[in-house]
Write a new protein. Structure first.
Length: 171
């Protein structure tokens, strides 16, 4: 059952432990009070908050965080120069699954992207998550591409770019 006061909105700093708890384990409820919010998490959250092309969104209904996802709006030259929305870190609390909250979360995120003028919403999902793939397909997502990742090692080993510096080189 969908609560009548259900909201999808940007996460607050106070909700960071709840978001991290959702991301910590997909199948087991993790108590947000047990989550250690490191300096790296604080920095990443602050960066997301400060970036107009990023949103860490939470699903709430007058109480604790029920779900979350991150949307990154990507400008591009394809699709007539329209933005696309990349959805990641999709989670619903394990004890609240099966009641339509995941569908609401993704439908509201797609509406948010549409209202912003995005031409499409894309997401990736681990190949082993066949139940998730069926769920995404039921929402109209098509398995249109094969994705690849390249691990660059622990983030702590890499220097952070200076503000405004993308690392790109121009000839």
């Amino acid at each position: 059952m969908i609560p009548s006061d259900l909201l999808l909105r940007p996460a607050t700093r106070a909700e960071l432990p709840a978001v991290l708890a959702l991301l910590a384990d997909e199948d087991t409820a993790v108590d947000p009070a047990s989550v250690v919010v490191t300096e790296a998490y604080e920095r990443a959250f602050a960066d997301i908050e400060a970036d107009p092309r990023n949103e860490m969104l939470v699903l709430t209904a007058g109480g604790p965080v029920l779900g979350c996802l991150q949307i990154t709006y990507i400008p591009g030259l394809g699709r007539a120069g329209a933005e696309r929305a990349l959805v990641e870190a999709v989670r619903i609390r394990p004890d609240r699954r099966g009641g339509g909250l995941g569908r609401e979360l993704l439908e509201r995120a797609a509406a948010r992207a549409r209202d912003r003028g995005c031409a499409l919403v894309q997401l990736t999902s681990d190949k082993r998550r066949t139940d998730a793939h069926r769920f995404y397909t039921s929402l109209g997502y098509a398995p249109s591409h094969e994705g690849f990742k390249l691990s660059l090692g622990p983030a702590a080993d890499r220097p952070r770019p200076e503000a405004g510096h993308t690392g790109a080189r121009h000839a």
